[in-house]
Design a protein around this ligand. Structure first.
Ligand SMILES: *Cc1c(COP(=O)(O)O)cnc(C)c1O
Length: 344
């Protein structure tokens, strides 16, 4: 076999959800957009539902359809992008709850599906999705009569606890929702860590469930092992990989492993990451290719069958730092070529 294995630790996922839930006195939902941050929306949602999660969030109705098929009737599946043109049948048939973002979406929703559940997304300063204060002021009374299931907004800078934007958005959210009967939601993973002022009635963690920052205490959920295709001996002075970027400074033993940037192991990570045989780190050498990576195994003293790149110790955020990105992007870039295993 020359494809890498992505093992998803569902027990660790549940422990992360419970640890975030324990930080609040309100309901904790789960965000499973982008195929459950790349780890498999259906499997992830099913195990979270078994652990007691009753509210899920996805980005688009198409994702909601997959999650509904995995969960069956019952749990609430909320859609951040709201009610777009063409979404009506899926929203109806799959019992999805759009988070309505504008007057246009509100009209579309009540005209096409009167009486069908919906929530409202408000813009409190991120300027990405949701009704602006003036728009909301004009519509609030009419919308409230239709009893939205949730009124939510999203924080732009929650991963920076000292950023003044957090308090600005909190104040705006409080002003816009003062006296409302509907449950309110402001916090994703970062917002949960900002403390109780940000929790309201429902929190919506995503990345923290999957083992990513800013939830420092998260357990790793994704593990990647890569099979060794071939090992060879190099003389001092020989080079490895495209553009000859690595030269052996001693007689060396080099392994070629079967994953590369097409598997989300971003080329720019290069030599800033290691791969592991048990707890022994082996340096990545030369350029990361599309389907292969070179590894210096000289000091290992044996030819391993496989090497690990995503482990309890080398986290998604460490790979992200090496690639100049964030853990979210590493997780969602892992791609379709892995053999996926779920452990629980
Ligand atoms: C992605 C997203 C979340 C989850 O954010 P994390 O930082 O992954 O916890 C919550 N709410 C909205 C609106 C989102 O887009």
């Amino acid at each position: 076999m020359a494809t890498a294995t992505l093992t998803i630790d569902l027990a660790a996922l549940i422990r992360n959800w419970k640890a975030l839930d324990a930080k609040t006195n309100c309901e904790t939902a789960a965000v499973v957009k982008a195929n459950g941050y790349g780890l498999g929306a259906g499997r992830v949602a099913r195990s979270l539902a078994n652990a007691g999660v009753r509210k899920f969030f996805v980005a688009a109705v198409e994702e909601g359809v997959e999650v509904r098929q995995a969960l069956g009737p019952g749990p609430e599946i909320n859609v951040f992008s709201g009610h777009m043109s063409g979404d009506t049948d899926m929203i109806h048939d799959m019992q999805l709850t759009p988070m309505v973002n504008s007057i246009d979406q509100m009209l579309r929703h009540v005209e096409s599906l009167p009486g069908h559940d919906f929530g409202v997304q408000l813009d409190t300063g991120m300027n990405r999705l949701g009704m602006e204060p003036a728009e909301w002021a004009a519509l609030r009374e009419i919308v409230e009569k239709q009893t939205p299931t949730l009124v939510m907004s999203h924080l732009a800078c929650a991963d920076e606890p000292d950023h003044p934007m957090n308090a600005i958005q909190l104040r705006s959210f409080l002003e816009m929702t003062q006296g409302i009967d509907a449950p309110r939601s402001l916090a994703a993973t970062g917002g949960i860590l900002l403390g109780p002022d940000y929790h309201f009635d429902v929190t919506r963690p995503g990345v923290g469930l999957y083992g990513g920052m800013p939830f420092e205490d998260a357990e790793a959920v994704a593990h990647v092992s890569i099979p060794v295709i071939q090992c060879r001996d190099l003389d001092e002075g020989e080079t490895v990989g495209y553009s000859n970027t690595w030269t052996a400074e001693r007689p060396s033993r080099v392994a070629t492993i079967a994953a590369g940037y097409a598997d989300g192991l971003i080329r720019k990570m290069g030599a800033d990451v290691s791969v592991f045989h048990g707890s022994v780190a082996c340096p990545v050498i030369g350029r990361i290719s599309m389907d292969m990576i070179g590894v210096d195994i000289t000091d290992l003293g044996e030819d391993p069958r496989e090497l690990d790149i995503l482990t309890e110790d080398q986290t998604v955020d460490m790979l992200a730092d090496a690639a100049g990105t964030i853990g979210y992007e590493i997780l969602t870039s892992l791609g379709g070529r892995y053999t996926r295993r779920y452990s629980s």
